[in-house]
Design a protein around this ligand. Structure first.
Ligand SMILES: NC(=O)C1=CN([C@@H]2O[C@H](COP(=O)(O)OP(=O)(O)OC[C@H]3O[C@@H](n4cnc5c(N)ncnc54)[C@H](OP(=O)(O)O)[C@@H]3O)[C@@H](O)[C@H]2O)[C@H](O)CC1
Ligand code: K
Length: 501
């Protein structure tokens, strides 16, 4: 199910496959697949299509040269910017170059201004793939900037040039990358196409496995999120049930001036199916939530932490009352989600980390990159440079399921299984959406979901709700966290209707 492979793993598969095939077969297959993907993006009358092909100095360029010959043969007007580089190239790349030279494709040298001055139907990015080793600079950067400014679609071959295929970070410092509308990636899907800058640079991703024997693909420890990972926990509701059948959630948060965060989390828990929801405030508890009187407002100090699944952190603050409430939550035997200020308190207090490590009950932590950086004792830059490793490291240290939020949220278990979420969009970049995610995940924990599947489903539904709102024209600009909550309820019920046993 949607495995992801590191560059090292791709190289292993590629080498094993190449040993079983005639020289150049893989590149020819890649070129054919690239040409087919390009044809899908061209106007019907291919003969009128003007395609700019960027062919870099390595085998990514070889793929582009193979594709150029196929597209020229299909009648498209092909212009190739060929970067031969200073290094000796592979035999298969030489063969690809000869095939391109033997076609109607034109080899030209175009300055960025000349590229911008012409009308193109498509750009094919075959500058660099998994062999990129340093930032794109000088003429390469100017070329990428000019290509990104074109109004046409851009098809990246294997990896958008300039992007790290493992991490999804633009190779820096101060690097640049092609912002492709589509990417056809070869042999196997890659994590860097789906997280950090990956979603902005790769666009719509398709995988071309190049007819490599499945036995050459070792089982992967990295996957894209998928409903199949958690659908077995979806349950249609029986008539003969009551609110106690669906568990209790207690949100622990809401310090003075931040009560709204706790309310958002509590409303999310309520509308994703928890039987009872308590909003527990570190300092002053409001009498009730006017919009949702179903919520029971309490002072955190008065609440029995063993009586509910806990979501500690939304607006909690880092004062003495907050710390006391967090210590009691960690010391309880309840399923526990930690977010926001709970994570900041945890980062500052090794004693709390030690108590967390002693817990027997499940723990889910949901940091954004800065909270993860504080917990790991590194900079945000380090976290974002390798989000998958950061999530795995944190899961091991805290013995918890980790949800590292951001574009392409990364989830990790303490034994190293890593999943990148594929739903969601910039509508989520607004205050309160993290509180909503906390309440949703705690609600699934309260309803008996295991921590890993609760986190996978919560992140999927949270992003899907944002995607539905955007599809309905209500975003991504201006969507509020509160609007996500009814959309999550709808997405959850639709998922139950389709998948529940
Ligand atoms: N091998 C096969 O049968 C198949 C390969 N596939 C495609 O091949 C690429 C990987 O090819 P590779 O040659 O390893 O790497 P790249 O083409 O990505 O680029 C490496 C060359 O680029 C130079 N380089 C690297 N960074 C820069 C930079 N910032 N500026 C300029 N030049 C750069 C590098 O030179 P060095 O000086 O660093 O040595 C290399 O010359 C893979 O992505 C696929 O597209 C097929 O998919 C499958 C078959
Ligand atoms: K590329």
């Amino acid at each position: 199910m949607n495995p992801l492979y590191t560059v090292a793993e791709i190289r292993q598969i590629e080498e094993a496959a190449a040993r079983r095939l005639p020289e150049g077969a893989l590149m020819q297959r890649a070129g054919q697949a690239a040409a087919n993907a390009a044809l899908d993006l061209l106007p019907f009358s291919t003969s009128r299509a003007r395609v700019l092909v960027l062919a870099g100095p390595g085998n990514n360029g070889g793929d582009a040269l193979e594709a150029s010959a196929h597209l020229a043969f299909a009648g498209a007007q092909i212009t190739i910017l060929h970067f031969a580089g200073g290094q000796p190239t592979s035999a298969e790349r030489e063969q690809a170059l000869q095939r391109a030279r033997g076609s109607t494709a034109k080899f030209e040298e175009l300055a960025p201004a000349a590229i911008a001055a012409q009308e193109w139907n498509l750009v094919v990015d075959g500058l660099f793939g998994i062999g990129l080793k340093r930032p794109l600079e000088g003429a390469m950067r100017a070329l990428v900037d000019a290509v990104n400014a074109l109004p046409c679609q851009r098809l990246a071959l294997d990896v958008p040039s300039g992007l790290d295929a493992d991490s999804g970070a633009i190779v820096g410092p101060d690097g640049a990358a092609v912002r492709a509308t589509h990417t056809i990636t070869f042999i196997g899907d890659k994590p860097g196409l789906h997280t950090c800058d990956g979603r902005d640079c790769a666009g719509a991703v398709q995988v071309a496995r190049l007819d490599i024997e499945p036995t050459l693909f070792q089982s992967s420890r990295q996957h894209l999120n998928d409903v199949k990972f958690f659908s077995r926990h979806l349950r249609a509701r029986r008539h003969n049930t009551h609110k106690g059948s669906y568990g209790n959630v207690a949100v622990i948060g809401g310090a003075r001036g931040m009560a709204g965060a706790a309310i958002l989390a509590a409303r999310a828990a309520l509308m994703s199916g928890a039987g009872r929801v308590y909003a527990c405030f570190a300092e002053d508890a409001p009498a009730y939530d006017g919009a949702h009187p179903e919520l029971m407002c309490r002072l955190a100090g008065d609440f029995d932490m063993d009586s509910a699944a806990l979501a500690a952190g939304p607006g909690l603050g880092t004062g003495p009352a907050a710390r006391a409430a967090l210590a009691r939550a960690i010391g309880s035997g309840s399923p526990l989600l930690l977010d926001a200020d709970a994570l900041n308190l945890l980062a500052a207090e090794p004693a709390l980390q030690a108590a967390l490590a002693e817990r027997g009950a499940p723990v889910v932590v949901t940091p954004h990159p800065l909270e993860a950086a504080r917990l790991l004792g590194v900079s945000v830059t380090v976290v974002q440079a390798d989000r998958l490793s950061a999530a795995r490291e944190l899961a091991q240290r805290l013995r918890a399921v980790v949800v590292l939020k951001g574009s392409g949220t990364v989830l990790a278990t303490q034994d190293g299984h890593t999943v990148i979420n594929t739903t969601g969009n910039p509508a989520l970049a607004t205050a309160g959406t993290g509180d909503v995610l906390s309440g949703l995940c705690a609600s699934l924990l309260a309803q008996g979901w295991p921590a890993w599947e609760a986190a996978l489903a919560a992140v999927w539904l949270h992003g899907m709700a944002a995607d539905v709102l955007v599809t309905e024209g209500a975003g991504p600009i201006g969507v509020t966290a509160g609007e996500l909550i009814p959309a999550i309820r709808t997405a959850l019920n639709r998922m139950v209707q389709h998948h529940a046993r």
